[in-house]
Every structure is written in C-alpha cells, then in structure tokens.
Design a protein around this ligand. Structure first.
Ligand SMILES: NC(=O)c1ccc[n+]([C@@H]2O[C@H](COP(=O)([O-])OP(=O)(O)OC[C@H]3O[C@@H](n4cnc5c(N)ncnc54)[C@H](OP(=O)(O)O)[C@@H]3O)[C@@H](O)[C@H]2O)c1
Length: 298
C-alpha cells in the first residue's frame, strides 16, 4: 500500500464541499495540497485547516474554465512542492432544469467547467508525469448520475457521464506509464451543490438538500474525502460510497424499462410541485417557476 506522507495533491473545487473535505483528509494522511477555486477567502479557510494538521497548502484562485488555468495550476504545484503525486479534478456544478429549458449556451458553459476543464487538467498532468517519468494518480469527480439520469438533470448527468468515459479510457491508456486514473461517484452529499444548482429560488431545499431524498442516500463530504484517500492508497477504477446506489445504477443499465418507470414517476412529482409552487407564488415571479425544482441527483 503506497505511503502518502509528503506527497502532494492538486484539488480543484477546494473551497467547499467534497474538495475541501478531501483536502483535509489528504492532509490527515500526510499530504500537501494545491487548492483551486474562484473564492480565495474560502480557499484560505481550508488552507488554515490543512496547516493545523501540519501540512502545507498552496492556493490558486482562478476560474477553471479559463483555458490558461491548467498550466497555471500545475506550475504552482511544481513551484510549491516540486511536482504532484495526484490530481483530483473535482470542481463542478449542477443545474436543475428540463433539457428544453436549458439554453445551449448554458449547457456549453457547464460542459466547459465540469468536463473540458477537468479533461484538460488531467491531460496536462499526465503529460508532465510521463515527461518526468514519474508514477501518479489522476482522479475525476463524476457522480452516480454518470450511470443513469433523472428528470431535470439531463445536461448535468451528460457532463458527468462524459467525464467518466474519458477517465475510464485514460486509465487503460496510461497504465503502462504507472499512472492510475480513477473516477469518483458520489451520491447526494451535503455541500453547497444543491443551493448552486437551484439558483435563486431555494425554498424547496431543507438544510441545503432536496427534502425527498431518503436519508439512506444522503452523505457528508468527509465520507467522500476518506474514500478518495483509500483510493489513493489502494488505487481502483471507481470510488463509490453507496453500494445501494451502485446496484441501482447496474439494474437501470440492465433493465432500461425500470429506469423509465422511475423517471416518469419523478417527472410527475416535479410537475405536481411546480403546480403547487406557482399557485403559492405571488404575481409575476410565477412565470419563472417553470422548469426548475428539486434535485435528487448530484
Ligand atoms: N453534492 C452532491 O450531491 C454531489 C453528488 C455527486 C457529484 N458531485 C460532484 O462533486 C463535485 C464537487 O461538488 P460539491 O458537492 O462539493 O459542491 P460545492 O460545495 O458547490 O463545491 C463545488 C466546488 O467547485 C468550485 N467551482 C465551481 N465552479 C468553478 C469554476 N468555474 N472555477 C473554479 N472552481 C469552481 C467551487 O468553488 P468556487 O465557487 O469558490 O469557485 C467549489 O469549491 C462536483 O463536480 C459535483 O458535480 C456532487
């Protein structure tokens, strides 16, 4: 089992949620971190926690959709720590929208952030590891909804499936260089994700998550962070923290009619909720109620 002490990891989306929790778990395992996100103040809070655990954190405040970001992030890792052992392309966001209510420009933006930025970072990281003849571990934060989709999550789950497919191919292509590639498939996790995905109207959320998600499927971000550290220690293709959802994903693949039945039921619930929301909304706001609503994915 490889020792992680004194190795370093680059984590995008390190200012909150799964990325921040993973940074803290990596620091507990003896790793230094390069933390990337747009909010520098929030990165600094996570860095302070990493420092309390006796490790160092280098901060890169940037929008990962900027095409120059991957180079800047990896340069920062080389300056601060002489390179990196692992890269966790984790930054991303969701959008709770029917496909028809999602303008193509918004879909493109989500693909830029969730898919292209992560793919670019992993490509550039792999090239640097190969050039330095060093082993390493590249991870992509995908989702359980990479394996199936849900109403109002079509575009988001498309980004997550694209991430998983590219990373899976890279895993076999890079193995002979000693480079591991893994995808991470969280279920509903208590982070800022659902507030971001809901946009301005967050009234349907309870404690930041959709109220109808069974407690069995709701997890804290440190659970993902710990699972990522286990994967760094003992590399495997996919990180799952819910065996139940993993089995459901398998059943949906084997029996598409089952997925169809579940999805139609979910879509009916959304429509009923929209009707209740627009009935309770005063005046002109009601016109915006339409396609946005609860999310059970992530
Ligand atoms: N929460 C869930 O239920 C769930 C389930 C499955 C998968 N996931 C995946 O887990 C990953 C992390 O999400 P989370 O749940 O931890 O949500 P979160 O708390 O909202 O964290 C998202 C992170 O991504 C960063 N980010 C977003 N857009 C960015 C951009 N353009 N440039 C740089 N950084 C950006 C955010 O930082 P700034 O805002 O400071 O830039 C933040 O640190 C995402 O890829 C998400 O799809 C989440």
């Amino acid at each position: 089992m490889p020792d992680l002490a004194d190795k370093s990891i680059v984590i995008t989306g390190g200012s909150s949620g799964i990325g921040a929790a993973t940074a803290i778990e990596c620091a507990r395992a003896g790793m230094d971190c390069v933390l990337v996100a747009r909010r520098r103040d929030r990165l600094a809070e996570v860095a302070a926690e990493v420092a309390r655990l006796g490790r160092r954190a280098e901060l890169v405040a940037c929008d990962i959709a900027d095409p120059r970001s991957s180079e800047a992030i990896l340069d920062a890792a080389e300056r601060a720590f002489g390179g990196f052992h692992a890269v966790f392309a984790n930054a991303g966001y969701g959008l709770e929208r029917d496909v028809l209510a999602t303008p193509i420009d918004e879909m493109r933006r989500m693909f830029e952030v969730n898919f292209f930025s992560g793919a670019d970072l992993l490509q550039q990281a792999a090239r640097r590891l190969i050039a330095a003849e060093r082993p390493g571990h590249l991870l992509m934060c995908s989702s359980c909804v990479a394996k199936f989709t849900l109403p109002r999550h079509g575009a988001y789950s498309a980004t997550k499936a694209a991430q998983a497919m590219v990373a899976r191919a890279m895993r076999s292509e890079l193995a002979h260089h000693g480079i591991e590639v893994s995808t991470v498939h969280p279920v509903t996790t208590t982070t800022e994700f659902f507030e971001v995905a809901a946009g301005e109207d967050r009234r349907h959320l309870r404690n930041g998550i959709p109220p109808h998600v069974p407690a069995l499927f709701v997890q804290k971000p440190d659970r993902i962070g710990k699972a990522v550290v286990r994967c760094l220690r003992r590399p495997h293709p996919e990180v799952w923290t819910s065996h139940v959802v993993r089995l459901v994903a398998g059943a949906f693949t084997a029996f598409p009619s089952l997925q169809e039945w579940v999805m139609r039921g979910e879509a009916r619930k959304y429509r009923a909720r929209d009707a209740r929301t627009s009935a309770s909304k005063p005046g002109p706001d009601a016109k915006n109620a339409g396609p946005a609503g609860e999310s059970s994915g992530g």
